[in-house]
Every structure is written in structure tokens, then in C-alpha cells.
Design a protein around this ligand. Structure first.
Ligand SMILES: Cc1cc2nc3c(=O)[nH]c(=O)nc-3n(C[C@H](O)[C@H](O)[C@H](O)COP(=O)(O)OP(=O)(O)OC[C@H]3O[C@@H](n4cnc5c(N)ncnc54)[C@H](O)[C@@H]3O)c2cc1C
Length: 573
């Protein structure tokens, strides 16, 4: 039986931010595009994410009065990334990301709002920004997807309220203050009312925020432009002609087909967080047999890596960290395996500390989640598990919640009964409930509380920079990140390592082309997003440093495939 064949200019594997950016840019340049997605749902990890992009010197900054320059951004990357910085790729990113964003906003592929006070994660380093490089996606109406809405990957269930209501980054200040400010109560009431209405007609809320809003907007743009999006259709093997990648075999639900791609194939398969084998190979704590709970969807199993290696591509393991880390708690589900919840915000708020099983603090909890995990792994080097507990008092939990348990008026009882959160009237009792050394925890809390009354944290200096303060409680003085744990009962939740995406990946050049050991491009093959080795060298300089580059290199790869004709189109756009 002969193989069914299809022909296009550009074949894109993966429907996350990187894949859609490549597909839409190629289509704008007049190329025929086919997108294929392995899973039955589109959107990948991007749909789970906050959708934030890190884009220095973006045009929103002028309106907001933020000053930034190419040189400052490159100084920051040079200083922070160090020897692993690929200068050509870093420059390609910084020079092209603003144009990509302008173009995508003009075409209404995306819509973003600047967070002018969201500082870089290392704001005291040379060239760092005190705010203005991170942008948050605007909300979007999922109903615009029509019949495609059920195929949009929904957010991680533990990150929604009432089993399907999304809460965005811009909603959070309202959620935290709904009991104090009437405007915030009104905002939250509006969200709930919309959700209640939605549930008459849909399985979940259609007010999309974060990465769901980003992906929905990209997908509506692609569908309106008649870009075919094949679901449940992984690329399984590359097809080469005379040393060129000229297409790929795709396993469609109705059988294997060959897709000829005249200009190239783009691997945007989202890295390897779904591959146990690769995680054992490059994550130290996993190699040591310790627990790990990945956040990205399981289909991101390193397919892009395997495919690139099959034609001479190279796996770059020499990165500062192999993945973008985040601590997660495991939220029990009555009828299935526990679901991880990423602790992005609560750790560094006033009234919280993190401790190891000895009851000792091991990190400045208000710094980035990416730094928290290696510190936890190091603190637990001699232990059977890499684990920690986030501990807080009653005042804190009612104001800010604890992991998947939201702030008041959310009920604490169900989370206690399910075993997710531990509670005790005394610090000693809490330690015993968690299996933490009781004397150690008592000693730590007494030692923390005394200077905390003055807003000080002599051990780790919590609240000492603009990023930490941005994530603290703006109305808490004198230090938005520090308060004593003084109001019983006390609470704790256990966290273990996780990743939000992988940093180790395929070697690529400034155009997103896959390169071999000698740095020569593999003709016809591109890798973008988390399939490519991190342009940040495995470091985490600021919010949005994976999706910003994912979209920029998707855009650059497509421009490269469009060649001279395409360049003319972009020059006049
Ligand atoms: C909770 C959370 C919050 C986050 N917030 C942010 C944030 O705000 N900003 C930020 O920059 N980063 C954030 N991240 C990280 C970010 O989501 C990822 O780094 C990014 O989305 C990766 O994009 P991608 O396009 O490379 O891959 P993905 O979005 O994961 O898409 C890859 C797609 O490829 C598909 N695929 C796999 N194999 C094949 C194959 N063989 N053929 C076809 N398709 C295939 C997958 O099924 C998947 O749909 C967050 C992550 C999480 C989990």
C-alpha cells in the first residue's frame, strides 16, 4: 500500500508558543504551513503557564516611562549567564524580540500588558531591570475558539478555582485583598459570576487568562489563516533527501503519512520533562532516586531531541541547570494520582518560612523558585528525599493561602482532611505531624520571629531587592516579605522538586537552525522553544525567559525559511 503524502513549505511539530510563533510568521511570509501536535489537546506547557514573556527594550516601555537599552540587557545576560552565554544567540534574541512582539501585536496574534514593577530576578546585578521587561498576556474569550475550545489544553486543575475558573496573574492582588477592599471583592465577584454563567454551556470557564489566553489567541489566529492543525499526530521520523531534511513521517490517527516540507521542519516539541530516562540522565536528584513531580504535560518526552540527533543534531547538557525548577506540593485527588501545585508566590510572603526535615531554613524564600529547588536539593544531600515544608501561621494562611489552598473564605477543612495541609496549635505539634525535628523547628521560628518583628531577616536578607518586594505584600511594613509566625494555629505543606520546562536541549544557532558538532547547520531542520538549548545557558534571569525566546526563535526560524522574499515582507511590515 502506498503511503499517503502531503506537501507544504514548513512543517511545524508542536503547538506551544514556539510552534505557533513559527507557523504564524511563516504564513505571514506567504509560506504554506502544516502544524502537527502529538497530543489530542493543543497548547503544550504554554497552555499551563502564566504566558509571561521577558522582552527587553519592548515598545510598551516607552508608554510606561521605563528606560531600557540593548546594551543594558546584554550586560545583564553577560553578567548573569557567564561563560555559557552564546553571544550570537543572545544578541539575536535581544535584537529581534521587540520586533517580534510588535509584529504579533499588530497582527493581533497576541496581546500583552507590561508589568512595570516586575523586576528581573537578580535586580542588583549589572544591567538588570527594576521592572519593565516582563509582560503578562491579556485575558481572552475562549468562546472565540468555537468548536476548538474543548481541544485547548486546560490549565493545571489545582491552579483553577471551583474546578475550572482561571485566576490570572493580574487577578491575584484582588484575590489576596478581596476581604479588605470593596473593589477587589467586586472584581472577584465578577469573575465568579462569569464562571457560573459559563458552566451552563461549557465544561470549564471561558474567561481565559495566562498561558491559556496566549495559546487561544495564537490558535484563533492560525485557524483564521487556515493553517491546518492536526491533533494526535506526532512527528515520528524525519525524512531526508540528499542530506537535507525535507519533511517527516507523521503518525496520524488514521495511519502514517509523509509530509514533504520544501523549506524546512521546525521541532517545537517542548523539551524532555516527560522522559524519565532523560531526567535520570541529567537531573542529579532524580539520578539519586529522589522524588520529582514534573509539571509539563507527559507528551513532552524528548521527541525533538531524538529526531534532531537522528540527523546529526547535538544534545547540549552543559548548562547551568538542566531545567527551570520550581518547588511543588502534591495535591491529593480522591480518585487518582496527586497533582503537583507550583509554589510561585506564597513562599516569600510575610508569615511564611521554609524548612528542611531538621527544621532548618535553607534559602531566602522570597528569591526565585528556580533558586529554591537547588538549595533544597543541597540541604537534603544526605537524606533519602529532597523535600521541604512551607510553614506559616493562621494570619498568613487566611490572607494568602498555602499552595492549592487559597485565602479566606476558602475552607481549610477539606485540605486538612485530605492530608494536603498539616495543622497544629503549637510549633512542636506541627513538627511532629510533618516528621520535622521539633526542637529544630521551634529554634528556627523563635530565631526568625524576633528580628522579623522589625521586618528583618538577618539569616537570608529576605525582602532585600526589588524582585522579592514585588512578590511580597505591598501593604505590609516595614518589609513586605517578612512577618513573624505568631498567630496559632500553625500550618505546613510538603514540597518536592519539579520543573516548569527543560533548559538542556538541542544545539542551535541564531536563526534557530539545528547545528552539528562542528556548528554546521543541518539543512532544513530548526529547533525552537524548549527543544533548543536555553539561550539563557540554563539560568533564569527573569519572568518570561522561556516563552519570550520561544516565540522569538520561532519567528526567526520562519524568517530564515522565508529567505529573501520573506525578509522583504518583514521589512515593509
Ligand atoms: C505552571 C507553569 C507556569 C509557567 N509560566 C511561565 C511563564 O509565565 N513564562 C515563561 O516564559 N515560562 C513559563 N513556564 C514555562 C513555559 O510554559 C515553557 O517553557 C514553554 O511553554 C515551552 O514552550 P514550547 O513551545 O517550547 O513547548 P510546549 O508549550 O510544551 O509545546 C510543545 C508541544 O509539542 C508537542 N509534541 C511533543 N512531541 C511531539 C511530536 N513528536 N510531534 C508533534 N508534537 C509534539 C507537545 O505535545 C506539546 O503540545 C511555565 C510553566 C508552567 C508549568
Amino acid at each position: 500500500m502506498s503511503l499517503d503524502t502531503h506537501t507544504c513549505d514548513v512543517l511545524v511539530a508542536g503547538s506551544g508558543a514556539a510552534g505557533f510563533a513559527a507557523a504564524l510568521t511563516a504564513q505571514l511570509a506567504g509560506l504554506d504551513v502544516i502544524m502537527v501536535e502529538k497530543e489530542a489537546l493543543f497548547g503544550g506547557t504554554t497552555a499551563y503557564s502564566a504566558g509571561v514573556v521577558w522582552i527587553p527594550v519592548n515598545s510598551h516601555q516607552q508608554v510606561a516611562g521605563v528606560s531600557d537599552t540593548r546594551e543594558q540587557a546584554l550586560t545583564y545576560l553577560t553578567h548573569h549567564v557567564g561563560n555559557r552565554l552564546d553571544r550570537a544567540k543572545a544578541e539575536a534574541f535581544v535584537d529581534n524580540a521587540p520586533a517580534m512582539l510588535d509584529l504579533f501585536e499588530r497582527e493581533r496574534f497576541v496581546a500583552y500588558t507590561l508589568e512595570p514593577t516586575w523586576a528581573d530576578y537578580h535586580p542588583d546585578e549589572p544591567g538588570a531591570s527594576q521592572g519593565g521587561r516582563s509582560l503578562v498576556p491579556d485575558e481572552y474569550d475562549g468562546r472565540k475558539l468555537g468548536g476548538w475550545f474543548p481541544s485547548l489544553r486546560p490549565p493545571i486543575p489545582t491552579m483553577t478555582a471551583f474546578g475550572g475558573m482561571m485566576v490570572g496573574r493580574s487577578d491575584l492582588p484582588h484575590v489576596f485583598q478581596m476581604m479588605q477592599r470593596p473593589e477587589s471583592a467586586l472584581h472577584v465577584a465578577g469573575m465568579v459570576a462569569r464562571y457560573a454563567r459559563d458552566r451552563f454551556t461549557h465544561d470549564r470557564g471561558t474567561r481565559l487568562v495566562n498561558g491559556n489566553a496566549l495559546i487561544a489567541r495564537l490558535a484563533v489566529s492560525a485557524l483564521r489563516r487556515d493553517i491546518p492543525l492536526w491533533l494526535s499526530s506526532p512527528i515520528v521520523e524525519l525524512y531526508s533527501e540528499q542530506g537535507h531534511v525535507a519533511g517527516a513521517f507523521v503518525a496520524r490517527p488514521d495511519g502514517r503519512v509523509l509530509v514533504h516540507a520544501r523549506r524546512g521542519v521546525v521541532l517545537a516539541c517542548g523539551g524532555f520533562p516527560g522522559s524519565d530516562e532523560l531526567k535520570r540522565q541529567v537531573y542529579g536528584h532524580v539520578a539519586a532516586g529522589k522524588s520529582h513531580a514534573s509539571l509539563p504535560p507527559p507528551g513532552n518526552a524528548g521527541d525533538g531531541l531524538r529526531l534532531a540527533q537522528s540527523v546529526g543534531g547535538m544534545f547540549v547538557e552543559d548548562v547551568d541547570q538542566p531545567a527551570a525548577w520550581a518547588p511543588v506540593s502534591l495535591v491529593p485527588q480522591g480518585d487518582g494520582p496527586a497533582i503537583p501545585f507550583p509554589h510561585f508566590f506564597d513562599r516569600g510572603k510575610p508569615g511564611y518560612i521554609s524548612v528542611d526535615r531538621r527544621g532548618h531554613r535553607f534559602v531566602n524564600e522570597a528569591r526565585s523558585y528556580h533558586l529554591y529547588v537547588p538549595a533544597m536539593v543541597e540541604a537534603c544531600r544526605q537524606d533519602a528525599e529532597a523535600e521541604a515544608w512551607i510553614v506559616c501561621d493562621h494570619a498568613a494562611i487566611r490572607r494568602f493561602g498555602l499552595g492549592a489552598l487559597g485565602p479566606a473564605p476558602m475552607r481549610i477543612g477539606p485540605f486538612l482532611r485530605g492530608g494536603y495541609v498539616k495543622r497544629s496549635d503549637t510549633v512542636r505539634g506541627l513538627a511532629q505531624a510533618c516528621g520535622i525535628d521539633a526542637e529544630g523547628l521551634e529554634h528556627t521560628i523563635v530565631g526568625f520571629n524576633e528580628p522579623a518583628q522589625r521586618g528583618e531577616d538577618p539569616q537570608f536578607g529576605r525582602g532585600s531587592d526589588a524582585y522579592q518586594r514585588f512578590n511580597g505584600a505591598p501593604d505590609h511594613a516595614p518589609n513586605p516579605c517578612v512577618a513573624p509566625l505568631a498567630t496559632p494555629p500553625f500550618y505546613a505543606v510538603r514540597v518536592i522538586p519539579s520543573e516548569i520546562g527543560t533548559f538542556a536541549g538541542i544545539a542551535t544557532n541564531a536563526q534557530g537552525q539545528v547545528v552539528d558538532r562542528e556548528g554546521r547547520p543541518v539543512p532544513g531542520l530548526y529547533a525552537v522553544g524548549n527543544d533548543a538549548a536555553s539561550v539563557m545557558g540554563g539560568t533564569y534571569p527573569g519572568a518570561g525567559i522561556t516563552i519570550g525566546p520561544a516565540m522569538t526563535f520561532g519567528y526567526l526560524a520562519a524568517r530564515h525559511m522565508a529567505g529573501a522574499v520573506g525578509q522583504k515582507i518583514f521589512a515593509s511590515a
